[in-house]
Design a protein. Structure first.
Length: 287
């Protein structure tokens, strides 16, 4: 697997966020690649099932070759919106639906293959054998190269992994949501050779004003000069220090912040500093 160390998350590029024009989106794609962010994270549901098509049109105007980037997409969530006649939000992992969803993503993204397909969220009704049949066909036909899951627990990964190889699990992982380090998720992935990707890698540090976030800001502020880094760079460096080799999915569309995020890949936190930051998040020393 070859994915960039940082991954560009596209969830807010379209109607769910910045509503970038085709020209702006093409510029963002070019900028990311020029800064060594070559992997783009999608899901069919983003923008109420519209963002993939917006990206596909922009990519066609970017001047880049398909082999220069890696495209990730996710399937399985059936939402209630004007583009889907669903009675209720639910999950669908039938063989026919997975196949149809991938073909829709390929058409929308203007590509012949996905570098990585993820099952977006686990469903109580998923049947591993049926999923495996769909993935086997999609790989045989060259429509996907790697297969993975998103937001799956160790037992759910184990159930699916007995039928087929899982290459990636994309999970929520950050300083303020680091339970994956303690509930066996990252341990299982390391022992199973599953690559972790992290959505919302900055957590709630800049979104909430709580006792926890105030402790974190204080500790990060004390380390900024030592590492010549911003607080968001230190947060990214903190999760990338984990030995599982986490790939953060960075959702910003601000070019300066993207460049700062790339610079964070060069920061190697000292062990005690890593634990100082963890202690600030937890509000107590480790046992």
């Amino acid at each position: 697997m070859t994915y960039s160390r940082l991954i560009a998350g596209t969830m807010t590029w379209g109607s769910w966020g910045k509503q970038l024009s085709k020209k702006e989106m093409a510029s963002m794609i070019d900028f990311c690649v020029a800064n060594n962010i070559t992997t783009f994270d999608h899901a069919d549901i983003y923008g109420a099932y519209t963002t993939e098509a917006d990206f596909g049109k922009a990519f066609a105007d970017s001047g880049l070759k398909r082999k220069e980037i890696q495209l990730i997409s996710k399937c399985g969530i059936q939402d209630e919106c004007e583009n889907r006649p669903n009675k209720v939000k639910h999950y669908n992992y039938s063989k026919d639906y997975i196949t149809w969803s991938v073909e829709e993503s390929l058409r929308n993204l203007n590509t012949d293959y996905l570098d990585l397909l993820l099952l977006h969220r686990p469903s109580p009704l998923m049947v591993a054998e049926e999923i495996a049949e769909a993935i086997t066909i999609l790989k045989k036909d060259g429509k996907i190269r790697d297969f993975g899951v998103s937001n799956f627990t160790p037992s759910q990964m184990d159930m699916i992994g007995l039928r087929m190889d899982i290459d990636v699990n994309q999970i929520e992982f950050s300083l303020t949501e680091h339970t994956a380090m303690y509930n066996g998720t990252l341990d299982f992935m390391m022992t199973s050779g599953i690559k972790p990707m992290a959505w919302s890698p900055l957590g709630s540090v800049f979104k909430e004003d709580t006792e926890q976030t105030r402790r974190i800001h204080k500790q990060l502020g004390a380390l900024k000069d030592k590492y010549n880094a911003t607080e968001d760079q230190l947060l990214l460096a903190w999760i990338m220090k984990h030995p599982s080799g986490v790939h953060p999915v960075v959702g910003t569309t601000t070019k300066e912040r993207l460049q700062q995020a790339v610079a964070a890949t060069k920061i190697n936190l000292e062990t005690e500093d890593w634990f100082l930051i963890l202690t600030a998040a937890q509000g107590h020393k480790v046992p």
